[in-house]
Ligand binder design. Structure first.
Ligand SMILES: C[S@@+](CC[C@H](N)C(=O)[O-])C[C@H]1O[C@@H](n2cnc3c(N)ncnc32)[C@H](O)[C@@H]1O
Length: 302
């Protein structure tokens, strides 16, 4: 008579399953211990030097030095797994590739049936999204406008004379754009609700909030980033509750068309929840009735 065979895990498969069970725990502990972000109790501290971290000269200097590498890496048919960060030297980074191709999707939707498209890049640094746009969609002419702090705008004007740079937001009053982009920038604005309303009011067709520092369960909180890499200083930012963000844009007359995820969540030391970057593509609920409301735009050079 044939004996029924029962499968018994051998030593190798038991070790493998132990490793799989331990791995997330070890990863979480390491992620937490080496995290460069720290929870800030009590909300935004406007007089904290980290609130002005982006004004540091090292930021523009590092981006200027990296520019030739960025331009070179955007040339030709190889993968676009790259970024403007001074340490991003290759074209093979999967997360950067995800960010880039997500933007390519947004650009393609915004440029549908157009030969040219106007873009406002809010917190766009020295204008690297202009280079990305040309590499991703060379068939369409890009009328590129970038808002950022004075030092980065000055650098942008030197590097990209064909683009428009604004460090005084009142210069944008009344202007609207086919596509408004805010990539990893909204969370650096103390009054992010107000900034969100401005972005919505400047949007003619599509609004892309990319790489936003987000939490899913806890209310929005503030964190300080203490970067270990050169080219950055301490930075204060929000980790924004996803639902608060979507509601805020919906109340500004937008509807969510597509949501994006980019990379694994990371630990914020002392915070109740891990943070992650998410993206949101919105469009005005009623495209033709979304004029820029002039009273939103204050003066003042940044
Ligand atoms: C993380 S970088 C993002 C750069 C680019 N958008 C990207 O995703 O690669 C954040 C940008 O927001 C800008 N920024 C932060 N606070 C700002 C402010 N108060 N006014 C204007 N720009 C600001 C910074 O100068 C910086 O260029």
């Amino acid at each position: 008579m044939k004996q029924k065979q029962t499968w018994r895990p051998n030593l190798a498969s038991r070790l493998h399953s132990l490793k799989e069970r331990i791995r997330p725990f070890v990863e979480n502990v390491l992620n937490y211990l080496f995290s460069e972000m720290h929870y800030v109790p009590g909300g935004w501290r406007a007089n904290d030097p980290a609130a002005d971290g982006w004004k540091a000269e090292v930021v523009a200097d590092a981006q200027e030095k990296h520019w030739p590498t960025l331009v070179r890496n955007l040339h030709g048919p190889e993968p676009l797994g790259l970024a403007h960060f001074p340490w991003s030297l290759s074209r093979e980074d999967r997360t950067h590739h995800n960010v880039m191709m997500s933007y390519g999707y947004v650009l393609a939707r915004a440029a549908r049936e157009k030969n040219n498209i106007s873009i406002l890049d809010w917190g766009g640094g020295a204008g690297h999204y202009y280079l990305y746009s040309r590499a991703l969609l060379p068939e369409v002419a890009i009328d590129y406008h970038c808002f950022d702090l004075r030092g980065l705008c000055e650098l942008g004007r030197r590097l990209l004379p064909e683009a428009q740079f604004y460090s005084d937001e009142s210069d944008l009053r009344g202007k609207t754009f086919d596509l408004v982009v805010s990539s990893s920038s909204l969370h650096y604005f103390e009054n992010w609700h107000e900034t969100a309303c401005k972005l919505a009011s400047a949007t003619r067709e599509f609004l892309y909030i990319a790489r936003l520092q987000t939490v899913l369960s806890t209310p929005s909180f503030v964190a300080v980033h203490r970067p270990s890499r050169p080219g950055y200083t301490e930075l204060l930012s929000w980790c924004l509750n996803r639902r608060e963000v979507v509601r805020c844009f919906e109340e500004s007359g937008m509807e969510l068309l597509r949501e994006f995820v980019y990379a694994a969540p990371w630990a914020v030391r002392g915070a109740p929840e891990m943070a992650e970057t998410r993206g949101f593509l919105f469009r005005p609920k009623y495209v033709e009735t979304s004029p820029a409301s002039a009273e939103l735009w204050s003066g003042g050079d940044h």
